[in-house]
Design a protein around this ligand. Structure first.
Ligand SMILES: [Zn+2]
Length: 573
């Protein structure tokens, strides 16, 4: 490709709204362009990188036994009503109405469509197991699109669905897919951690995410450096430490004027947060629920939602709380009536807590469960955090930011039952197909690779994903000998099948080198009057300072040798 003809210009500075590194670099390098919030065009360089990621994913899905097909973007809304997931997806679904007033969904995922296909085409156990996948554009109306390609509303995704006769079969498919995912990340040279995750709106039982550790990540990972336990923070189980072990004292009322937040109360009394009980109110499918949790901990809404098996969960408004006669700021589980009380098990990990007195300006000292108050339900509903003990080995857990670059789910039969996707088993009995679902967002992967691999000059592509492998950079092109030789080199490398970006612009060496670094093309070949005089060309890797001088004679062979060595070194890692 001749740079002079390339569509998409590099920018010296990223637009102010680009907050993450990958967003800045993708815009500056002219790889993507924004159309609307969370909606992007891929320009030729970005598209080439994306197509390479796509091909690696496709090869690994095929190697794992997957069969590629293509399902429609437009999905009948009735199918979503059948699975019931129109509720769990809620406002994230993009819906539209056609001219005959039929409601349609722009597919955010394809379990309904594929289950509908399976119920028509899978008859007996002989048709199973099956792995079907596609690579296609999906739509989700994200409340807060951000970070360029990290969180978008329209995105290309590989989604594979597994179909098995029973749970053992599903376990096998799940293992097979997690292996395939690990191979994909290894080929992309992207270190991704497999972590336990919540199934969220997709539903089902077990689920894992593949996470790349990054500051800019939206997710938090909790992991154990000792035993390898790793989970998304919303799923993670941390073993909480005990606050104290004093003998129980009798309850005393105490004036705490002006101290309303738990921090104010703790500092007023002069105790650490873990010696207090905090009250939090949620509206759970319209019902007001009182949560009591130790003051140093935070409610994990995912755990709470799973515990209560509800669909609507949000913090209650002040009006909703005061409507029950509770005094905000001084709310107490002691003596509360007519409201369901859910407690985190941290209330048992300590004694003589400070709790609200449900009276303006007062708290109780020495509140103890179950001596002084009852609860309707007690469970672990706190966010785990770094410093908690590992649930497996007891070592200290660590936390880090993460970008989710893959998510796999054991769906089981909840969709196939609702969608009536059944098969006849060996005894001729009808049974629901056991399903799994396995997704990777391609654009997110591209952005995560840049978040992981860049420097202050620009992107650093790994060889298998780079839009071009070689940046041919002749300097002083107004020298006719350099211009002629550069053309010759370009032709010979192209003939050898190498992917070359030929910087044929009449720009200064500084501009060309800056663009080469910004675009992150792995190997730069620099031809100058000086190197030409010695019948040589300078070869330099994007990641290295060292320069190799290659003879112009037999150059194509020399360059392809360098590329091959580089790839071999990567696959060893
Ligand atoms: Zn551990």
């Amino acid at each position: 490709m001749r740079y002079s003809k390339l569509f998409g210009k590099t920018l010296r500075q990223a637009p102010a709204e680009a907050e993450s590194i990958s967003h800045q670099l993708l815009l500056r390098s002219g790889m993507i362009a924004q159309v609307a919030a969370g909606v992007y065009s891929y320009l030729p360089l970005g598209w080439r990188a994306l197509k390479k990621i796509e091909q690696i994913i496709r090869e690994e899905m095929n190697n794992a036994g997957g069969q590629e097909l293509m399902l429609p973007v437009l999905q009948p809304f009735e199918l979503w009503q059948q699975s019931g997931r129109n509720i769990s997806f809620g406002q994230s679904l993009f819906t539209l109405t056609d001219r005959k007033q039929h409601e349609l969904v722009l597919g955010p995922t394809h379990e309904e469509i594929i289950a509908d296909l399976a119920r028509r085409h899978v008859q007996s156990y002989r048709d199973l197991p099956l792995l079907l996948y596609q690579i296609q554009t999906k739509f989700r109306d994200e409340p807060r699109p951000r970070g360029g390609l990290l969180r978008v509303r329209e995105f290309i995704m590989k989604d594979l669905y597994s179909f098995d006769v029973n749970d053992d079969g599903l376990d096998e498919s799940y293992k097979n897919m997690s292996q395939a995912y690990k191979k994909i990340y290894a080929r992309l040279d992207l270190p991704a951690l497999m972590v336990e995750a919540d199934s969220g709106a997709i539903g089902g039982k077990d689920s894992h995410e593949f996470m790349v550790i990054a500051e800019s990540g939206d997710d938090e990972i909790i992991y154990c450096p000792e035993c390898g336990y790793a989970a998304n923070a919303e799923k993670a189980q941390g073993v909480k430490t005990r606050a104290n072990s004093e003998a129980l004292l009798s309850v005393e009322e105490m004036a705490t004027p002006g101290a309303e937040t738990i921090e104010e109360v703790a500092s007023f009394v002069g105790v650490p947060l873990n010696r207090t009980l905090k009250a939090v109110f949620y509206s759970v499918d319209g019902e007001l629920v009182f949560i009591v949790i130790r003051g140093d901990l935070v409610v994990n809404e995912t755990k709470l939602r799973n515990l209560l098996k509800c669909s609507g969960l949000r913090l209650a408004s002040e009006d909703e709380v005061s409507g029950t006669g509770v005094i905000a700021g001084f709310a107490s589980p002691m003596g509360i009536k007519g409201v369901r009380v859910i407690a985190d098990n941290s209330i048992t990990l300590g004694s003589n807590f400070i709790a609200g007195a449900n009276k303006q300006g007062y708290h109780f000292k020495n509140a103890n469960y179950p001596r002084d108050f009852q609860v309707d339900l007690i469970a672990d509903i706190a966010l785990a955090r770094g410093g908690d003990a590992c649930p497996r080995c007891g070592s200290e857990l660590t936390s880090a930011g993460g970008i989710e670059v893959g998510h796999i789910f054991k769906l089981g039969t909840f969709i196939s039952e609702k969608m009536e996707a059944f098969f006849l088993n060996q005894n001729g009995m009808s049974q629901p197909i056991v399903m799994g679902s396995y997704g990777i967002g391609l654009g997110r992967l591209l952005a995560a690779m840049i978040e992981q691999s860049h420097d202050d000059k620009g992107i650093i592509w790994s060889l298998p994903v780079a839009p071009y492998q070689v940046y041919l950079c002749p300097i002083l092109l107004n020298d006719p000998a350099v211009a002629a030789e550069a053309e010759k080199v370009y032709q010979s490398l192209e003939e050898k099948g190498m992917e070359v970006l030929f910087d044929d612009r009449n720009e200064s060496p500084g501009v060309k080198f800056n663009d080469a670094d910004l675009l992150g093309i792995p190997l730069r070949l620099t031809l100058s009057p000086r190197t030409l005089k010695n019948q040589r060309i300078e070869a330099k890797w994007r990641t290295e300072e060292e320069v190799h001088l290659l003879p112009l004679d037999g150059l194509a062979t020399g360059v392809s040798e360098l590329l091959r060595e580089k790839l071999a070194r990567q696959s060893v890692v």
